[in-house]
Design a protein around this ligand. Structure first.
Ligand SMILES: *[C@@H]1O[C@H](CO)[C@@H](O)[C@H](O)[C@H]1NC(C)=O
Ligand SMILES: *[C@@H]1O[C@H](CO)[C@@H](O)[C@H](O)[C@H]1NC(C)=O
Ligand SMILES: *[C@@H]1O[C@H](CO)[C@@H](O)[C@H](O)[C@H]1NC(C)=O
Ligand SMILES: *[C@@H]1O[C@H](CO)[C@@H](O)[C@H](O)[C@H]1NC(C)=O
Length: 222
């Protein structure tokens, strides 16, 4: 009996904490954009427009790596071909190809463990001074951010794309709304997204051994 009650309380507790999590859920990509803008304005650069078309492209950019963290940085670093923006990324998002504007900066990070956006910003994205100078570059006018795990689990990729396009005439979405594709979250679409958290955060006790081997890769391309 006592065990039965204990189990019921346990289930109630677990389900209520899931419910609370759901209410608190925001979008980690939007949080990252807010962090970048706070950091920019603190260093006398302008606040950037959060462009959902550009952000959706950032998520496609991540997906081009097919979960391969080792291709993000280090000796095997790869970078999607520029032609992919018009041929693959924009069509996948419903971004009108004619409205693609120059990419003036990109910052990409990957690690096996999910971290909160502020930690991702501090540890992954600004690990090198060069990425910080890209983040604060005054040429940019717009930003798009994305985060994803592969199939809802790690490794977790974070991507920031910057552009100097005009905010309401670049990366224009057909029908005015981005195609929401899961898994993964991107900024600017006013949607809640916690897909990147996956199950690993709730079941971290069970995955802790896997996470001891935390790999961090990052790369930056102008
Ligand atoms: C800012 O970005 C532009 C475009 O990528 C680049 O040409 C310029 O050198 C950058 N400026 C600084 C100070 O890094
Ligand atoms: C901006 O970010 C850098 C790198 O994480 C950090 O060192 C700096 O303190 C931040 N600036 C502000 C005002 O938060
Ligand atoms: C980054 O810049 C600061 C000051 O500009 C310098 O003290 C620090 O050594 C630099 N770090 C790296 C990794 O280059
Ligand atoms: C773009 O934004 C400007 C200022 O925010 C506005 O005056 C203009 O009408 C907008 N253009 C379109 C096509 O929405």
């Amino acid at each position: 009996m006592a065990t039965g009650l204990g189990i019921i309380f346990c289930i109630l507790f677990v389900s209520s904490s899931f419910a609370l999590d759901e209410k608190k859920a925001t979008n980690p990509a939007d949080e990252l954009v807010a962090i970048v803008n706070t950091n920019r304005t603190a260093h006398k650069s302008s606040s950037l427009t959060n462009n959902p078309g550009l952000a959706c492209i950032a998520l496609q950019y991540i997906k081009a790596y097919q979960g391969k963290c080792d291709e993000v940085g280090g000796p095997d670093a790869k970078k999607p071909a520029d032609s992919e923006f018009a041929e693959t990324f924009a069509p996948n998002c419903g971004v009108e190809v004619a409205t693609l504007a120059p990419i003036t900066g990109r910052v990409l990070g990957c690690q096996s463990k999910y971290v909160k956006p502020d930690k991702a910003f501090a540890d992954i994205l600004t690990m090198r001074n060069r990425s910080l100078s890209i983040i604060r570059n005054t040429t940019h006018t717009e930003i798009g951010a994305a985060v994803t795990g592969s199939d809802g689990g790690g490794p977790y990729f974070w991507c920031l794309l910057f552009s100097n396009g005009k905010s309401n005439s670049s990366f224009v979405l057909e029908g005015g709304a981005a195609k929401i594709t899961r898994p993964g979250c991107f900024s600017g679409a006013n949607d809640e997204c916690s897909g990147a958290y996956g199950r690993s955060e709730h079941l971290s006790v069970f995955t802790i051994f896997a996470q001891v081997f935390v790999a961090v890769c990052f790369t930056i391309w102008v």
